[in-house]
Design a protein around this ligand. Sequence first.
Ligand SMILES: C[S@@+](CC[C@H](N)C(=O)[O-])C[C@H]1O[C@@H](n2cnc3c(N)ncnc32)[C@H](O)[C@@H]1O
Length: 220
Amino acid sequence: MGEADVIVHDRLVGEGVLDLARRDAGRIFVGKARANHCMPQEEINALIVRLAREGKRVVRLKGGDPFVFGRGGEEVEACRAAGVPCEVVPGVTAALACAAATGIPLTHRDHARTVTFATGHTRDGRLDLDFAALARPGQTLAVYMGVTTLAALRDGLVAAGLPAGTPAALVERGGTDAQRVLRGTLDDVVARAPAWHAGGPALLLAGGVAAETEEVRLAA
Ligand SMILES: C[S@@+](CC[C@H](N)C(=O)[O-])C[C@H]1O[C@@H](n2cnc3c(N)ncnc32)[C@H](O)[C@@H]1O
């Protein structure tokens, strides 16, 4: 960050991180609010390549990990195709941050030997997910970008055999001072989410591990 001439960044990047940039570094905001992408992905790719070709050292700064639902792969491909050398720096993806910050272990010998990261983002208006695989027992589901599609997600999971009573937690702004957590059964969380959600980025964790916290035990 300290060496960059220009930072190309998203919405989910904290101010504190941007403060690591040089004072004279350029900052270009390229958006990424749900359904309100400031700049189409192709334009972002072209922008990064153009800046690099101008001789600038570019940091493409994203929230979480660039290779987890971050389109980092597409940007790396664009750089490689243009002969622009690049390096990928890993980040802490939201599922890991939300799990740690809420005390919900993603794996647990009694509950989950598999963890699945899925997107709740729709394609052509429908959830394009393998519900049979997601409903298999013994796993933890972490659903990104699913806050507006929770009901369809629940319906698909339950139809595929996941009990509606599966423990779940919806974590909003996980890992920040503004973190909020809605806990309960999958059915419960999905029913209460629309009134509860305050508009921040949110992640659903579902599976036996979501009951592995003191609050849920007290509420049960
Ligand atoms: C486009 S994806 C980017 C994911 C990012 N690359 C990562 O690794 O976390 C955005 C989604 O990540 C999740 N997310 C990002 N930050 C979050 C946070 N602080 N708390 C909860 N969920 C978050 C939400 O599901 C949000 O809709």
